[in-house]
Design a protein around this ligand. Structure first.
Ligand SMILES: [Zn+2]
Ligand SMILES: [Zn+2]
Length: 179
């Protein structure tokens, strides 16, 4: 299974490198980094809140390139997003599907008025990337608060959980999706 990380907007390369080093440890996947950075198109923004609409973004992600059929596509997006019925999301993905996205604006400590903290920022991005990739590999939400697949409704809950799937979640990843 190959996972392609696709940066949208300005994403530091060390973020992508950190994800490509660590996501294989969580799921045994191969991770590659897309060479070019893409631009978030204007039409996926809500003109009122100036947030990205995550469903529209995923629709765009599906068609913006002829992605290789055997790859899962995980967008790392410089921006803030919401999904239908929510005020914000940290990410969104198709369960058992090929496409997912992490929106990093709200994962940055400076978003909440805190000081810059690259280590914390990186760890949060890894947790959310690992969570969305878990969905793409067929996992739902998990009751184990330490498991990366537990649902996070706030940045506090993101900080509480780990970046690895628990044993139960690992075991339930279907062998098909690892092919
Ligand atoms: Zn989730
Ligand atoms: Zn779990």
């Amino acid at each position: 299974m190959v996972v392609r990380l696709v940066p949208f907007g300005f994403i530091y390369y060390w973020i992508l490198e950190y994800l490509s080093e660590n996501l294989p440890k969580a799921y045994g996947v191969e991770v590659i980094i897309n060479r070019s950075s893409l631009t978030v198109p204007k039409f996926v923004y809500d003109s009122f809140s100036s947030q990205i609409m995550s469903e529209k973004f995923l629709d765009y992600l599906r068609v913006v390139d002829n992605w290789p059929r055997n790859e899962k596509i995980l967008a790392i997006v410089d921006g803030d997003a919401y999904a239908r019925g929510t005020n914000f999301v940290f990410g969104q993905a198709e369960v058992g599907g090929r496409f997912g996205a992490v929106f990093i604006a709200r994962l940055n400590p400076s978003f909440y008025g805190g000081s810059e903290n690259d280590g914390l920022f990186l760890l949060r991005i890894l947790k959310e990337a690992s969570h969305e990739l878990g969905h793409m590999l067929g996992l739902g939400h998990c009751d184990n608060a330490r498991c990366v697949m537990s649902f996070s409704n706030s940045i506090w809950e993101v900080d509480k959980k780990g970046w690895m799937p628990c044993d139960k979640c690992r075991r339930s990843i279907s062998l098909d999706s690892q092919a």
